[in-house]
Design a protein around this ligand. Structure first.
Ligand SMILES: *[C@@H]1O[C@H](CO)[C@@H](O)[C@H](O)[C@H]1NC(C)=O
Ligand SMILES: *[C@@H]1O[C@H](CO)[C@@H](O)[C@H](O)[C@H]1NC(C)=O
Ligand SMILES: *[C@@H]1O[C@H](CO)[C@@H](O)[C@H](O)[C@H]1NC(C)=O
Ligand SMILES: [Zn+2]
Length: 465
């Protein structure tokens, strides 16, 4: 009887999930490269009319733009481009297949990769429950080093859960590191990167990894937007925002109707909020929320990091996103000619350049480095800028992981491990350079000295080349 009941419940749950999960059957993904401002304007008009969902929120001439088009809009979309003489390339002719492949059940008899660690591996993407369970396992297995922490609750009352890794609880002069994962729900590789870093911290015997892991008190949150993350597994794979309902409104028949049911958490932080690269339209993927830090997730992160900042010096705040392969340096609202706005911009730039160079050596993956105005588009209300402005954090980055748009948010699981290996290379180089620049010592003079020597070294390198 019990068994039967459980079966019935399971069937009910399954049926429910299947019924609700948005299908992208025969949705196409197109690539367009606007050559000039006219082309950009044509694309914006298409975007505003809801004829396609754009993976690039902003774009300029020469940017590759990826646009998801549902079957009923396909003819109109193609015709409009033809009229405007814009070339278009079909990337995928059935997105549902790519989504399915990204999360395909492991084939019967497949062996788990040698990289598994407790209940997790990096051959697949895992959902919130599985990740949180893994964090519990680690806390149990490493009671003196790992503790689970809950920084707050999401709108739907889920824990925003992470771990603290501290090899030296006795230390009083704390140096702190913070890793932020999956603020944007659909960027799954962000979570898979962070869990790998955790595994390396706990298992690697490489002296540089050991130093990176043990010199800092780490606060690591693989999924800071749990509601959104869950929703990408159960409701809509392409969800980006949180699940706020405060600004619910119908976004029109062309757009998924519940689009307004969410806030872009990476536009919601209370620093130059809603000044640039953000939207006050609840139907936009860049909706900044009704007011600065309106969202509980935003408040939880801000509060948590402020408390850390009181307890010690935050050396790193790293927010992992995807895609487009770049290190973004604060501040994101400033124009190119104001890139020096952050006090230690030069150091953050130097560290990121060396990190990106090292990262590229393993598989040739190329990352760009710069402030948002140079590598992405200006934006406001982001977490990593807020952290840099409001806390004592020395090095704050937003890292956009793989790829360059071949799969975008739907990066195949087979790329998780290569991505993780190269990112770890980059982070280790980051830490070595940070150390070289004197950030682990308190004397500011040494920072300036090393900074100068790095600049001179850089100039020499340019001359030599
Ligand atoms: C999303 O944002 C709204 C504010 O508009 C907030 O009330 C809600 O709790 C957030 N959702 C989640 C899942 O945290
Ligand atoms: C969102 O909701 C809040 C609270 O109801 C309201 O004050 C605000 O004007 C709304 N914003 C938009 C853009 O609809
Ligand atoms: C924070 O931002 C304000 C306003 O842009 C600026 O005046 C201030 O210098 C910034 N502080 C830091 C530490 O970045
Ligand atoms: Zn993102």
């Amino acid at each position: 009887m019990k068994v039967l009941l459980i079966c019935l419940i399971l069937i009910a749950i399954n049926a429910n999930v299947n019924a609700e999960y948005k299908s992208y059957l025969n949705y196409k993904l197109y690539k367009v490269n606007p050559k000039n401002q006219d082309d950009v304007n044509t694309l914006k008009e298409i975007q505003n009319n809801g004829i396609g969902e754009f993976w690039n929120e902003y774009f300029r001439p020469e940017d590759d733009v990826r646009i998801m088009v549902e079957p009923s809009w396909e003819n109109i979309f193609l015709e409009r481009l033809k009229e405007a003489k814009l070339e278009v390339k079909l990337i995928f002719n059935n997105l549902q297949e790519i989504i399915y492949k990204q999360k395909a059940p492991r084939q019967a008899g497949t062996v788990r990769s040698a990289n598994s660690f407790f209940s997790l591996d990096w051959d697949d993407y895992y959902d919130l429950e599985q990740i949180n369970h893994w964090l519990d396992e680690l806390a149990e297995a490493y009671p003196n080093i790992v503790t689970t922490v809950v920084m707050g609750k999401s709108v739907e009352d889920r824990d925003i859960k992470g771990i603290k890794i501290d090899y030296h609880p006795e230390r009083t002069d704390k140096k702190i590191g913070f890793l932020e994962g999956t603020l944007h729900a659909r960027e799954w590789i962000s979570t898979a990167t962070i869990t790998w870093i955790v595994k390396e911290f706990l298992t690697s015997s490489d002296p540089d990894v050991r130093a990176f892991a043990e010199n800092l008190e780490w606060h690591i949150f693989p999924i800071v937007n749990p509601d959104g993350y869950v929703y990408t597994f159960t409701g809509n794979r392409m969800w980006r925002k949180n699940r706020s309902k405060t600004n619910f409104t119908s976004c029109g028949a062309n757009v998924n109707d519940d689009m307004s049911n969410g806030v872009d958490l990476n536009r919601n932080f209370d620093f130059v909020w809603m000044t640039v690269g953000a939207s006050n339209d609840p139907c936009s993927n860049l909706f900044a929320g009704p007011s600065p830090a309106s969202e509980p997730e935003t408040q939880a992160i801000s509060q948590y990091v402020l408390e850390l900042s009181d307890r010690g010096e935050i050396i790193y705040y790293i927010a992992f996103h995807s895609y487009t392969q770049m290190f973004v340096i604060p501040f994101s609202h400033v124009a190119s000619n104001q890139m020096l706005a952050a006090d230690n911009y030069a150091n953050m730039f130097e560290i990121a350049v060396r990190s990106a160079e090292k990262l590229s050596q393993r598989f040739g993956t190329s990352y760009s480095v710069g402030i948002a105005a140079n590598v992405l588009y200006p934006m406001s209300g982001t977490s990593f800028d807020w952290v840099k402005n409001y806390t004592n954090t020395r090095i704050s980055y937003l890292i956009e992981l793989r790829d360059m748009g071949e799969f975008g948010f739907l990066l195949p699981a087979s790329q998780i491990i290569p991505n993780n290996l190269e990112v770890m290379d980059g982070l280790i180089e980051m830490d070595k350079t940070t150390k070289l620049l004197g950030y682990y010592t308190t004397a500011d003079a040494s920072k300036i000295f090393y900074s100068l020597s790095v600049v001179i070294f850089g100039l020499m390198a340019i001359l030599v080349v």
